[in-house]
Ligand binder design. Structure first.
Ligand SMILES: C[S@@+](CC[C@H](N)C(=O)[O-])C[C@H]1O[C@@H](n2cnc3c(N)ncnc32)[C@H](O)[C@@H]1O
Length: 199
């Protein structure tokens, strides 16, 4: 099933699947982003990170395959008088050359074979000094019941980052964390946390 239909189905069934608050790792990196202006959120879904970052004063663009997810983002943005630019598209078709100061992603379950190409595009679309900050479920997440796909090719490993982001400083770790994100992510989880700084 296409990502769009899969996620439209999920987001159409509940209120806000991952809650209203931003992802804790993204929030913890706010200080790093403070001097930056334009942020791109990839696979932003219902918009919890985009709303948080727009409230913090960033110029935010959000891309997602799910129009239902983005409609929920737009509803919140409208309610809170925030201006967030939304683009409804599959990231495998993302060819825009526009550059950003910060690019973020949380739980963007890209297929293994599509990752290198996406990571290369992210590197190209970052301004010098810019950051890519992300959190993904690791392959060990199969041993936990806190959420995420049950398919290995949608889960990540440290090796996914070995031969990419070659023009960047990389701080990439695998960690056990406690998730409290709506009904979608609850409990102990194995994640890969990524901070990449383009030189
Ligand atoms: C687990 S949800 C996470 C949503 C959001 N980042 C969050 O943490 O609340 C995964 C999101 O990635 C989006 N997504 C997955 N594959 C995608 C693709 N190839 N192109 C665009 N969006 C995609 C889905 O539509 C969905 O909104």
């Amino acid at each position: 099933m296409e990502q769009k239909h899969f996620w439209n189905d999920k987001f159409g069934k509940v209120d806000y699947l991952y809650g209203l608050d931003p992802n804790a790792f993204i929030k913890s990196k706010l200080e790093l982003m403070k001097s930056k202006k334009e942020v791109l959120c990839l696979g932003e879904g219902e918009g919890r990170n985009a709303i948080f970052l727009a409230k913090e004063g960033f110029e935010v663009t959000a891309i997602d395959a799910s129009d239902i997810g983005l409609d929920k983002l737009k509803y919140r943005a409208n309610d809170e008088c925030l201006n967030i630019h939304c683009i409804n598209m599959d990231l495998n078709n993302w060819n825009d050359e526009k550059k950003y100061d910060v690019i973020i992603a949380t739980y963007l379950h890209m297929f293994e074979e599509d990752r290198n190409s996406l990571f290369n595009k992210i590197e190209n679309n970052l301004n010098k000094g810019g950051y890519f900050i992300a959190e993904f479920f690791s392959k060990e997440q199969l041993n936990y019941k806190s959420g995420g796909p049950k398919a290995l090719d949608l889960l990540y490993d440290l090796s996914d980052f070995e031969n990419v982001f070659t023009s960047c400083k990389k701080d990439i770790t695998k960690e056990i964390v406690h998730l409290d994100e709506g009904i979608g992510h609850q409990g102990e989880a194995s994640v890969i946390r990524v901070v990449v700084n383009k030189q």
